[in-house]
Design a protein around this ligand. Structure first.
Ligand SMILES: Nc1ncnc2c1ncn2[C@@H]1O[C@H](COP(=O)(O)OP(=O)(O)OP(=O)(O)O)[C@@H](O)[C@H]1O
Ligand SMILES: [Mg+2]
Length: 410
């Protein structure tokens, strides 16, 4: 082993305790500080099921990282434990993964089918047929069935509200069993896309999870830090700083825990045995850059070309561009890449999208006689973005392209 390149890593001490997964989003702690009220409210609705009756359907809303998934999983777990008389079935489905009506029906149906040979196949039957199978199986089981549909908006955007129409109406067709739904979403708007009947049935009860404030985030971080690190590893001031940063954004506990985890990883990498405020700032930059990288990487080619055009112009000293200038550079790049440019109108839409993603900043500017244009500049680090864009086959050729500079008199 002497001289092996991996040797230093094998013996490197980590400041994390054995189980660093306690800082990962999938970990659910034994208690959820500052969500006691929501937990009790949900429990009081579900308690009806333990007495054999169907609980109301519940819709849970709240911004990202406000503990919706954690609370539902926690309550679901307790709910199962409390079911000593074996009266209920509880299912959790993440609709980001299971996002078609067929998938949802198949998923629920199969949990009632023990015999492997009788299981509903992944494909091949009509959705109606799968629904009927599911309905029969649920009724045979003669239980109260609670189905939690997390990220329910994804299901509706992808597949419409048919599946919810069926599930909220299923009780009319059941004789011995009852079904209740818990819907979870961080998008309030998706209910606009629902049939009014589905909408009203789905939200017999509505709960809204507020964002966490800095003090609450501090308590959540403190609880996890005790599980993840030995006492004294985190310098004073670190947790309040992370809590303040995450509260400034939108009270997102996931973000706060990510900051703590990444700060710890940076300390590890540097071989330090303390987490300092400086590391938190570095962790923040790293997480922000990761977000930018992800956003840029998943852009469609034409949006990438628009962004590249803006950055290339910036490199030759033109910081602020009009929509016309952006279009001009973009068209030059398209020609270079052998692609037909989109219409100016479409490009204007893509510019607005880039603005919404925070990759550029586009301000509307008026000039004489009611004329208007946008003043566009990139709001991300040019070298970082160029590096990511260069990974795209189409764009790699263009990296050294110098746009023809045009002086526009507006
Ligand atoms: N009150 C709390 N106490 C302890 N940990 C919490 C609390 N609230 C949230 N968390 C933790 O924060 C992270 C994010 O929470 P969660 O996944 O529940 O957010 P969410 O509201 O479902 O967000 P999204 O809408 O993005 O799905 C998880 O790791 C979760 O365990
Ligand atoms: Mg969630």
């Amino acid at each position: 082993m002497e001289g092996n390149i991996f040797q230093p890593y094998l013996h490197a001490e980590s400041i994390f305790r054995e189980n660093r997964d306690v800082l990962r989003p999938s970990y659910i702690p034994d208690s959820l500080p500052h969500r006691e009220r929501q937990i009790n409210q949900l429990a009081s609705v579900l308690a009806t099921a333990l007495r054999g009756a169907a609980p109301s359907n519940v819709m849970i809303f709240g911004k990202t990282g406000t503990g919706k998934t954690a609370v539902v999983k926690y309550v679901g777990h307790e709910f199962r434990r409390a079911d000593i008389e074996d009266r209920v079935e509880y299912f959790y489905i993440n609709c980001e993964i299971v996002d078609t009506p067929y998938g949802v029906f198949q998923n629920v149906g199969n949990r009632f089918i023990q015999d492997f040979d009788e299981r509903i196949p992944f494909t091949g039957l009509s959705t109606e047929r799968v629904y009927n199978l599911l309905r029969r199986k649920i009724d045979d089981a003669a239980r109260v069935v609670v189905i939690a549909l997390d990220e329910i908006d994804k299901l509706v955007y992808k597949s419409g509200d048919d599946v919810l129409y069926h599930l909220t109406k299923i009780n009319d067709d059941l004789h011995q069993a009852k079904v209740s739904l818990i819907g979870i979403s961080n998008d309030l708007k998706f209910t606009e896309f629902l049939d009014p009947r589905v909408k009203s049935r789905l939200s017999d009860e509505k709960m809204v999870f507020p964002p966490y404030n800095a003090k609450e985030l501090g308590d959540i971080l403190e609880q996890r830090a005790q599980l993840a690190f030995d006492p004294g590893v985190i310098e004073e001031g670190v947790i309040p700083l992370i809590a303040a940063l995450a509260a400034q954004e939108h009270g997102d506990a996931r973000r706060a825990l990510d900051l703590l985890r990444v700060s710890g990883e940076l300390a590890d990498r540097k071989g330090r045995n303390h987490i300092t405020e400086v590391m938190v700032q570095r962790a923040k930059n790293k997480l922000e850059l990761d977000l930018v990288i992800e956003a840029v990487r998943s852009l469609p080619t034409h949006s990438k070309l628009i962004l590249l055009g803006i950055i290339l112009q910036q490199e030759v000293g033109i910081a602020k561009l009009t929509t016309g200038e952006v279009y001009d550079t973009y068209s030059q790049l398209c020609r270079r890449a052998g692609l037909g440019p989109l219409t100016q109108r479409r490009v204007t839409d893509l510019i607005s999208e880039l603005d919404m993603l925070g990759l550029i900043n586009a301000k509307v500017k008026s000039f004489g006689r009611g004329g208007r244009t946008k003043e566009i500049q990139s709001s991300v680090s040019a070298p970082d973005v160029k590096r990511i864009l260069n990974r795209d086959e189409v764009l790699r050729e263009l990296r050294s392209y110098r746009p023809k500079v045009q002086t526009t008199l507006i």
